[in-house]
Write a protein of this length. Structure first.
Length: 314
């Protein structure tokens, strides 16, 4: 057990959260994370709320541990998304990709704990003003949708932590116990894993995507859509995304997601965009979630103890 504000607020054993990836962050993966002592998150960014409702029902069949739901505001199609989330009976929600003022008050009035995902200090301070309970501070090296003016975790995380008093979960580059220890040294009290969980044994994505992560170098991601239209994003380097990096499609990268399921579950790596963080360069095996979390926690404690022994004052 790691005792801090994050584990107390979320009711979990370890302050390790799984990123809310569209179509991927569903019961199969999220329940494995919760059962291993972390916090599984169910996505809504796919927009398939009927399916999401079913996934939440499955979660309750697969785990009796806490889990949360994400509201990715830029992709919300249901004006009653707050009622939808509240009706699912969850106690924790992350909001992202939008104004924290939009849903924070209504969610908190319903008794939920709310964390907002932020890519900059200005966004963090805006979320604090909105009344959030905590922050997910996401560095630009992480996969998925990004601020076009990306800032690395090593810069962003200590900056935000020096200016806010709420608990912080670090995202972007988080993959093992050493990165977790580094995040805690910079002020975080929890970490969020995305790419590591995409490549996990319980991840529902096609093996071709997992193999692409295992084969990737640390330089094998591209930053797309920096100048719009639409959100910027970080993805694995493929033939398609290499072309898009220099010659963005008319209308931006978002149109490529109309074929997302052919990549995600059909294995055609050129059909769409495989979102991924730079940390793909550090992942060399598909591992069960329970092993990933257990080894992360063990290495975290070992790293902290080793640093204390080597550099602590006598």
């Amino acid at each position: 057990m790691i005792n801090n504000r994050i584990t107390a607020m979320l009711g979990v054993q370890y302050p390790i959260v799984q990123a809310p990836m569209g179509w991927i962050a569903r019961a199969q993966l999220a329940s494995a994370v919760s059962n291993a002592g972390g916090l599984g998150i169910i996505e809504t960014s796919s927009g398939q709320l009927d399916e999401v409702r079913g996934e939440i029902k499955k979660m309750r069949e697969l785990t009796d541990k806490p889990f949360g739901v994400n509201i990715a505001q830029a992709f919300v199609r249901d004006p009653d998304i707050v009622s939808f989330v509240v009706d699912q009976g969850v106690k924790f929600v992350t909001t992202s990709a939008g104004d924290p003022n939009k849903y924070c008050s209504a969610l908190k009035e319903a008794g939920l704990t709310v964390f907002h995902v932020v890519p900059s200090l200005a966004a963090a301070l805006k979320a604090i003003e909105a009344g959030v309970d905590g922050l997910v501070v996401e560095g630009g090296e992480g996969g998925g949708f990004k601020n076009s003016r990306d800032v690395a975790t090593m810069v962003l995380l200590p900056l935000v932590c020096s200016k806010v008093k709420v608990p912080v979960i670090a995202a972007g580059g988080m993959v093992d116990g050493r990165t977790m220890a580094a995040a805690f040294a910079l002020g975080a009290e929890g970490i969020q894993m995305g790419t590591r969980m995409v490549s996990a044994a319980e991840s529902p994505v096609h093996q071709n995507w997992k193999d692409a992560i295992l084969g990737a170098k640390e330089t094998d991601t591209v930053f797309l859509n920096r100048f719009g239209p639409g959100p910027a994003l970080r993805a694995l380097r493929t033939e398609k995304t290499t072309v898009m990096e220099k010659d963005p499609p008319e209308g931006g990268a978002m149109g490529e997601f109309r074929n997302a399921l052919a990549l995600y579950f059909g294995g055609d790596m050129e059909a769409s965009i495989a979102l991924s963080g730079q940390v793909a360069g550090r992942i060399d095996a598909v591992r069960p979630v329970a092993e990933i979390i257990a080894e992360t926690v063990a290495e975290f404690h070992e790293t902290c103890a080793d640093l204390g022994a080597r550099y602590g004052k006598a």
